[in-house]
Design a protein around this ligand. Structure first.
Ligand code: CA
Length: 230
């Protein structure tokens, strides 16, 4: 299938379990056990997807992914976190990751999420140099480059897909279920709060006042609606 995966995880038992299962599923898999090894491995061209543990010797996986995104990494990234607090999940998404799994996890669920991330990534529409402008900020859909409240950065794959979905669904109510299916794929098992966490993140990037959204609106308990600037 030609997909090159990378697993960055310091716990040998977890790393071996994940690597063996991915190889058994037919993927080519490289692995790294420390922050420094992971940083080097993320620079290898042709990567299809990376699985990144948060707690690594030498630094946090969050920082590793942020650095790689800022350096132009575009492939899907799934974080493994030992912490279950919402705050660390949002930090996981802040860094440009596309999904996260809390340890301990079921390896079958990990495989299902990886399949879903890879399928969505391969279905990526060819580069459209479209730019969405949101007041002072903008996002380029072909490269994922964005100018945001946090400066210039590269959006993660899911952040970018969610912005594309909002853009093409202008003013239409999008339910959480529809967003999950469109952005994450029907056979993934995302956490209930995933969509809300991502919208929260995007508001922090693109809303003039994230606590009083003008563009990314919550519609009662039913979902979200995108309103372009006038
Ligand atoms: Ca660890």
């Amino acid at each position: 299938m030609g997909e090159q995966l990378l697993v960055i995880e310091d716990e040998a038992l977890v790393r071996d379990l994940v690597v063996l299962n991915l190889r058994h599923a037919g993927y080519a898999v490289a692995s790294a056990a420390t922050f420094a090894e992971g940083r080097a491995a993320l620079k290898v061209p042709g990567l299809s997807l990376a699985v990144v543990d948060v707690q690594l010797p030498g630094g946090e996986g969050f920082q590793l992914v942020r650095e790689a995104r800022d350096a132009g990494l575009r492939c899907p990234v799934l974080m493994l976190t030992a912490r279950s607090e919402t705050q660390s999940k949002i930090r996981g998404l802040d860094c440009g990751a596309d999904d996260y799994l809390t340890k301990p996890f079921d390896v079958l669920e990990l495989l299902a999420r990886i399949r879903a991330l890879l399928r969505r990534a391969s279905g990526d529409v060819q580069a459209k140099a479209k730019v969405l402008t949101l007041g002072a900020w903008w996002v380029r859909f072909d490269t994922g480059q964005a100018l945001t409240r946090e400066g210039t950065l590269t959006l993660g794959d899911k952040e970018l897909r969610l912005m594309e979905l909002f853009d093409k669904s202008h003013e239409r109510l999008l339910s959480r279920a529809e967003i999950l299916e469109e952005v994450w794929g029907a056979d993934s098992f995302p956490s209930d709060r995933l969509v809300d966490d991502f919208v929260h993140r995007l508001r922090g990037l693109f809303e003039p006042d994230p606590s009083a959204p003008k563009y990314l609106l919550t519609v009662g308990g039913r979902g979200f609606q995108f309103r372009r600037p006038d």
